[in-house]
Design a protein around this ligand. Sequence first.
Ligand SMILES: NC(=O)c1ccc[n+]([C@@H]2O[C@H](COP(=O)([O-])OP(=O)(O)OC[C@H]3O[C@@H](n4cnc5c(N)ncnc54)[C@H](O)[C@@H]3O)[C@@H](O)[C@H]2O)c1
Length: 253
Amino acid sequence: MAADLTGVRVLVTGAGSGIGRAIAGRVAAGGSRTAVADVQGDRAEEVARLIRDKGGDALAITANVADQGDVDRLIAETVSAFGGLDVVVNNAGVGAIGFIESVRDPEIERVFAVNLVGVIRVTRAAASHLKASGRGRIVNIASVEGIRGSGLLPVYSATKAGVIGVTRSNAVELARYGVTVNAVCPGPIQTEMLAPLLADERYREKLIKGVPMRRLGVPEDVAGAVAFFASEEASFITGNVLVIDGGMTVKAL
Ligand SMILES: NC(=O)c1ccc[n+]([C@@H]2O[C@H](COP(=O)([O-])OP(=O)(O)OC[C@H]3O[C@@H](n4cnc5c(N)ncnc54)[C@H](O)[C@@H]3O)[C@@H](O)[C@H]2O)c1
């Protein structure tokens, strides 16, 4: 049973594939009006069409969250189409694999621009609309890599730790306007982002062995929690960081 989001105006960034696509589908199934945003416009169009085919209300927007002009247009188009904005899901993100000594400056800048600065810019642009909503919600997609270390993803981990920091700070600031701000930290979820790591069968097996539930997650494992944070039931929950990892981060050995 999807969380009831009837008429709630939701924007999901990076909604063209993987976790964002599942989130868009889930909130739309709960009755939301959904802006499906992605830097890959054809994918956003496809997801929006699938939602509309099921009787939902969806709008596709091509936008790069690392570009300030795109972010301003993204929020303006969403607000103009829906007459306001109630929920922002900051999901767009990119991976960055490589031990610290192999990290190169252009990659540091690219990954920070999308994963952390993108979250800050989208939130900044959306804030006045969320305050006006009366039931504003921000859900940020961080990662278990923001709270623990694998060694292999130092730049990515830094951006996700940053997302957790922004979540907590904004939760305090926006609470007085009735806007909640929460984050989810997925563990390994089977998407295109994880594909390069999963291609190595030994790494895949090691990863699964580290998950007490003995499987990788699927995007739908994350979507339900995001829909809950967006719902009325979660109106007094703010500043939370919810781990969704099959028990991986609490495992001692
Ligand atoms: N897959 C995992 O194991 C995992 C684990 C923890 C957190 N996450 C996070 O979940 C989120 C979604 O990742 P995913 O696994 O679904 O990856 P994915 O690669 O399947 O999807 C990411 C989507 O974001 C879009 N995107 C990338 N850069 C963008 C930009 N600059 N502007 C707008 N859209 C952009 C891509 O086009 C793509 O559609 C990311 O923030 C990621 O860091 C993923």
